[in-house]
Design a binder for this molecule. Structure first.
Ligand code: NAP
Ligand code: ZN
Ligand code: ZN
Length: 348
């Protein structure tokens, strides 16, 4: 066991504070790595503020983790000391259920994936995330970061990247497809870049036109304010696919009407409270509403390789760990362009 510095939440209302945590001894199948960067995902905030219930304090958040391998177990075959690696939202799963066998470990139901934090590992110990100096993870749940991706920009891809890549692939975003992205935040801005790289025509639906210049620079062909009622009149029936990345409740009926016949709106944002959908909004136009959870290990590697090949990287603001609480406030105020990434060197 080793002791490492970290930042933890101790209750839903207190700011995160410095602490120390232990990491397990490197087992035969484990990879130990120094964490260089950790992204701040809105899910970290939902979790530590108790909005999803069930947080087990103290919680060290962080599931967008990038770093460099410092030790490997005796049976490890895929990684060596010095490799650039990452870890996303989960660090283990049963490996036996149909989903695990199909490489969709995020949908493991036996009893479920082991989250990178706020979960319990196979050793019975609580898992703690990336706002820390180092971590030990089974090699099967570690990703390789391609040389073309700097570690700070690779970090957000481990959640924001795969969460948007997976549904874009699943619902065939590509040439000739009209894709809308609701919310230009951490997930949303990566979704725009990925969908553009896949060849789709992309529209951003944001609360205002404040970030329009950025959205168009990222490759969107159209950018509309959802505060303007004309947006919903003019874009009616326009889209094959809508990705909703908003962390708060929306009036989904208005957005469903923007879908073409057989179009799909995919929920990626997970707000605290349920959202109601009138049946008619689905029935007319045979529209679908779906959800999607991050992505499996193989698809996450595919996404990283795709980003390296197509030069897709997030726009980030690198911060020191003592700025985490202000960063949380800024994320909540939609004042993020477009992902905060913690330089964890003070924690090593
Ligand atoms: P984020 O950076 O805060 O982005 C969310 C964006 O939503 C904001 O930038 C803002 O964009 C828009 N928004 C915020 N409040 C709004 C409101 N009241 N009304 C309308 N629009 C609003 O968050 P994120 O890290 O991208 O995460 C987004 C959501 O996805 C969170 O709920 C998170 O938990 C969830 N998530 C899900 C998965 C999954 O596997 N499904 C994975 C990761 C995260 P504009 O300013 O452009 O309007
Ligand atoms: Zn996340
Ligand atoms: Zn499983």
């Amino acid at each position: 066991m080793t002791t490492v510095s970290a930042y933890a939440a101790t209750s839903p209302t207190e700011p995160l504070t410095p602490t120390t945590i232990t990491r397990r001894a490197v087992g035969p199948h484990d990879v130990a790595f120094d964490i260089h960067f950790a992204g701040i995902c809105h899910s970290d905030i939902h979790t530590v503020r108790g909005e999803w219930g069930g947080a087990k304090y103290p919680v060290v958040p962080g599931h967008e983790i990038a770093g460099v391998v410092t030790a490997v177990g005796s049976e490890v075959t895929r990684y060596a000391v010095g490799d650039r690696v990452g870890v996303g939202c989960f660090v283990d799963s049963c490996r036996e259920c149909p989903q695990c066998r199909a490489g969709e470990e995020q949908y493991c139901d036996n009893p479920g994936m082991v989250g990178t934090y706020n979960s319990v590992g196979r050793d019975g110990e609580p898992t703690q995330g990336g706002y820390s100096g180092a971590i030990v993870v089974d090699e099967n749940y570690v990703l390789r970061i391609p040389d073309a991706l700097p570690l700070d920009k690779a970090a957000p891809l481990l959640c924001a990247g795969i969460t948007t890549y997976s549904p874009l692939r699943h619902w065939d975003a590509g040439p000739g497809k009209h894709v809308a992205v609701i919310g230009l935040g951490g997930l949303g801005h990566v979704a725009v870049k990925l969908a553009v790289a896949m060849g789709a025509e992309v529209t951003v639906l944001s609360q205002s036109l404040k970030k329009m210049e950025d959205g168009l620079r990222l490759g969107a062909g159209d950018y509309r304010a959802t505060s303007d009622p004309d947006t919903f009149k003019e874009l009616r029936g326009r889209f094959d696919l809508i990705l909703n990345t908003v962390s708060a409740n929306l009036d989904l009926e208005r957005y469903l009407k923007l879908l073409k016949l057989d179009g799909t709106l995919v929920e990626l944002g997970m707000p605290e409270h349920p959202m109601s959908v009138p049946a008619g909004a689905l029935i007319f136009g045979r529209r679908r509403i779906a959800g999607s959870l991050i992505g499996g290990i193989a698809e996450t590697q595919e996404m990283l390789d795709f980003c390296a090949e197509h030069d897709v990287t997030p726009e980030i603001e690198v911060i020191t760990p003592d700025y985490i609480n202000e960063a949380y406030d800024r994320v909540l105020a939609s004042d993020v362009r477009y992902r905060f990434v913690i330089d964890t060197s003070p924690l090593r």
